[in-house]
Design a protein around this ligand. Structure first.
Ligand SMILES: *Cc1c(COP(=O)(O)O)cnc(C)c1O
Length: 370
């Protein structure tokens, strides 16, 4: 890559991922701590993130699909348990790569029982019970039916019973207690097996939510799931864009598409080569005639985005920044480096999960080893 490339730089701190996992594992001990690495480890690159988690001690992984599970098995080798959240199919690949499906419905249970019969074995699986998401998992009625159906119960080796919290990031929400109570009732009806309820935010709800295994995702990648500063996660992502031009403007000029931003006096506007095609949210820029809500860091100073976010570019007001710092070729911090991931997300009206999983392929990716 040439020195003058306009590409943005996405730095991913694997040491911080490992430290975040270890902090959560300490918090949940003696119960086990897994890691959710679906969607390419929330966009950060499962091929680099998963080995860092393995080195930190993680031995249980969750992915969304069998395809992701096959890829992860290739990355991590035979040792860790890999659970597939959404479907046991394609069954042949799941079996060939020793994946444990999370069975979400009676139909999925039957699919897995049939796979076991064909193999002359009772195959391991997790059973997901729905305690309030109304998304995946057995309903109360289906759980009760499964619990008394000997033929089906004996047809799978239930290695985990799990459920998923709907409101864990709001500790005061009555739904948390409600789901916990329902989960305890379901566990009591099902064959004895380790249980799992907590995602990242669920871990912070405390020990009653930990059961035998937790399933953090976003907190590993630097998402803040608690307003308590002693529970802050280490920053994992630093996204920098390069200034490709600085322009002097004065009234009555405007900036960008839709002429959405009007300069109010002599200004310097810098153009940065990152846009919505790179996953930088268009909603962080001006909407209609409103001012943009997003900001970036230039040489330690916070400056506003002005005008709309374009496909490959954003414009920022660097009038307050010395010319020696805001010049063509200088790097600005879009995420991290003083711009908290969660702040970028809320300025764009979204959540950290969507910001991370949208990070595009055009960046130069740099991984920092722990
Ligand atoms: C994605 C997912 C998680 C991880 O949730 P975070 O909020 O990212 O910690 C845990 N459990 C299930 C079932 C999930 O789908």
């Amino acid at each position: 890559m040439s020195e003058s490339s306009a590409r943005g730089i996405l730095t991913i701190d694997l040491g911080a991922v490992a430290a975040n996992w270890q902090a959560l594992a300490r918090r949940t001990a003696p119960s086990a701590c897994g890691a959710v690495v679906k969607a390419d480890a929330y966009g950060l690159g499962v091929a680099r993130v998963a080995p860092a988690l393995f080195a930190a001690g993680c031995r249980t992984y969750f992915v969304a699909s069998v395809e992701e599970g096959v890829e992860l098995r290739g990355i991590l080798g035979p040792d860790p348990a890999i659970l597939v959240l959404n479907s046991p199919e394609p069954v042949r690949d799941a079996r060939a790569h020793d994946l444990i499906p999370v069975l979400n419905s009676p139909a999925q249970i039957d699919t897995w029982i049939a796979a076991g019969r064909a193999a002359g074995a009772v195959l391991p699986a997790a059973v997901h019970v729905d305690t309030g998401m109304n998304r995946l998992g057995l309903s109360a009625h289906e759980t009760a039916e499964f619990a008394v159906d000997r033929a089906r119960r004996d047809g799978v080796d239930v290695v985990l019973v799990m459920s998923h919290l709907a409101c864990a990031e709001d500790p005061a929400h009555p739904m948390n207690r409600h789901q916990l109570t329902d989960f305890l009732r379901r566990i009591a009806a099902l064959p004895a097996a380790p249980a799992s309820l907590a995602n990242s935010a669920g871990i912070l709800l405390g020990q009653p939510y930990h059961f035998q295994l937790s399933r953090p995702g976003i907190a590993l990648y630097g998402g803040q799931v608690s307003s308590d500063p002693t529970l802050a996660m280490a920053e994992v992502v630093h996204l920098q864009g390069k200034i490709v031009q600085v322009r002097r403007v004065d009234t009555p000029e405007s900036v960008g598409y839709g002429a959405a931003f009007h300069v109010s006096g002599p200004s310097r506007i810098a153009t940065v080569a990152v846009g919505y095609a790179d996953g930088y949210p268009r909603s962080a820029g001006a909407q209609g005639s409103d001012l943009a809500r997003g900001s970036v860091i230039v040489s330690g100073m916070r400056v506003p985005i002005v005008g709309r976010v374009s496909m490959d570019l954003i414009t920022i007001d660097v009038t307050a920044v010395p010319e020696s710092a805001a010049h063509s070729g200088a790097l600005v911090s879009l995420i991290g480096g003083g711009m908290a991931l969660d702040e970028v997300a809320s300025a764009a009206g979204t959540i950290s999960y969507e910001i991370l999983t949208s990070l595009g392929p055009r960046y130069e990716r740099r991984y920092l080893e722990g």
